[in-house]
Design a protein around this ligand. Sequence first.
Ligand SMILES: C[S@@+](CC[C@H](N)C(=O)[O-])C[C@H]1O[C@@H](n2cnc3c(N)ncnc32)[C@H](O)[C@@H]1O
Length: 255
Amino acid sequence: MDEGTASRTARSVAAHRLDFARAETPYGDPDADVALARDVTDGLAAPHTRMHDYLRGRTAFFDHVVVRSIERGVAQVVVGAAGYDGRAFRYAKPGVRWFEVDHPATQADKLARIARLGIDARHVRFVAADFARAPVAGLLAAAGLDPRSPALFLLEGVAVYLDTDVLERVLGQFRAATVDGSVLAISVSLASAQGQARERFRASVAALGEPARSVLVPQEAARLLAGQGWRVIEARDRLRAAGLLTARATGPPTP
Ligand SMILES: C[S@@+](CC[C@H](N)C(=O)[O-])C[C@H]1O[C@@H](n2cnc3c(N)ncnc32)[C@H](O)[C@@H]1O
């Protein structure tokens, strides 16, 4: 992505999400999430394409992982490449700390909007980092991530924008920042998307100035994750086929 430009694909995802029913919880501030999404999308329409349906399923998957982790007592959530994801507000719960890591240009734009909208973000630590350059384990530790307590790590909608070696480094850095038992949720390419569908996606994100840099299907992703100390948890076939994976930090990386 362009050095100084906030992510346009992140803005587009926010527009799609405004249409979706979301997991409900007795805690949190969904209105803050909606206010942020409305502010950034500023009336941008989300066409009801196949991408819209895919994003509906992806959003439900990540919502479910977040809510289940918080309900199991995980008190640290790291949102990698957060974009305009507002889950840190929607699912804010006393005692749970959030860490958002994102490309500096996107994060600066998000922070300006949060300040202007008066959204309470005191429970969120913001870490600006280009994954292609900065090792994030140290940055997360400096921001207060406790390496001895379990954390949930999210990488939603970003793998395709990273070269595979960069993604591998990020996974290694997340693993280095946390204990055995932590969970990571990641979206990778669909097992089935080929030919025309894949080309349509590539053309649409290239037109937004954020070209796809890699294709990682679920089976390859499971190997890459294992190599960095994350073992994929067996999932329903439907989720795996959609490239929606969860993995647990288990022992050392497997070469
Ligand atoms: C499609 S958006 C997804 C945003 C968010 N996860 C969501 O689902 O709404 C892609 C995100 O990846 C981030 N990104 C792309 N390349 C990056 C890099 N090299 N380092 C850090 N973040 C990056 C962008 O800033 C943007 O927030």
